[in-house]
Design a protein around this ligand. Structure first.
Ligand code: ADP
Length: 177
């Protein structure tokens, strides 16, 4: 992200974040109770580099962020080496796992692979500030919230694309030069 390609002060995080109004909603993981099977389908049906972890669908309160590759490796590993972990096992990102109902398979605890403090900005944050933070912290993505509710995500590529659009240039020429 080159300093010369500055944003005008008018562009806000909400203008750059995904999903767009017409897009499907953000793909998130619930912190407790999703099954191994459900998380595996989420991984299979999307190609995102990572997933925000939230308290619940209703609250959309952010708990952390998990990288796709860490999720894939951990589930594969657990299926192979962790006694009893099957498609119906529940995945927990919480500190404590509630007692499982009798005869249910052992839970899979994945708090250890979650980034507990992913970088967040509000939807009204000016993009020139967001770009500055990306540069200074070397971020790959940043989450966007409104009144504590998770709204969206901005990746480094989203910023580059937006810059290219604003400069009315081919995004590839910026990404790869
Ligand atoms: P990149 O932007 O480098 O291609 P990703 O593959 O993670 O990185 O994201 C592709 C697009 O999908 C980006 O526009 C990004 O904002 C968006 N995105 C990333 N993660 C998610 C997610 N969990 N749910 C919905 N959209 C996402």
């Amino acid at each position: 992200l080159e300093p010369k390609e500055e944003f005008s002060h008018k562009t806000l995080a909400m203008d750059v974040m995904r999903p767009r109004r017409s897009d499907p909603p953000l793909s998130v993981i619930m912190q407790d109770g999703m099954s191994v099977e459900e998380v595996e389908s989420l991984i299979a049906e999307t190609s995102y580099s990572g997933f925000p972890v939230v308290v619940s669908h209703e609250s959309q309160r952010l708990v952390g962020f998990v990288q796709r590759r860490d999720l894939v490796i951990s589930i594969e590993n657990a299926r192979q080496h962790q006694e009893g972990v099957v498609s119906a096992s529940r995945i927990f990102f919480t500190e404590y796992t509630p007692p499982q109902p009798p005869n249910s398979p052992p839970p899979l605890k994945l708090r250890g692979i979650m980034d507990l403090s992913p970088f967040t900005v509000t939807d009204h944050t000016a993009m020139d500030i967001v770009v500055d933070i990306f540069r200074k912290l070397g971020l790959r993505q940043c989450l966007v919230t409104h009144n504590g509710r998770l709204l969206g995500i901005i990746t480094k590529k989203d910023i580059l694309k937006h810059m290219a659009q604003m400069a009315n240039r081919d995004p590839d020429s910026i990404l790869f030069n």
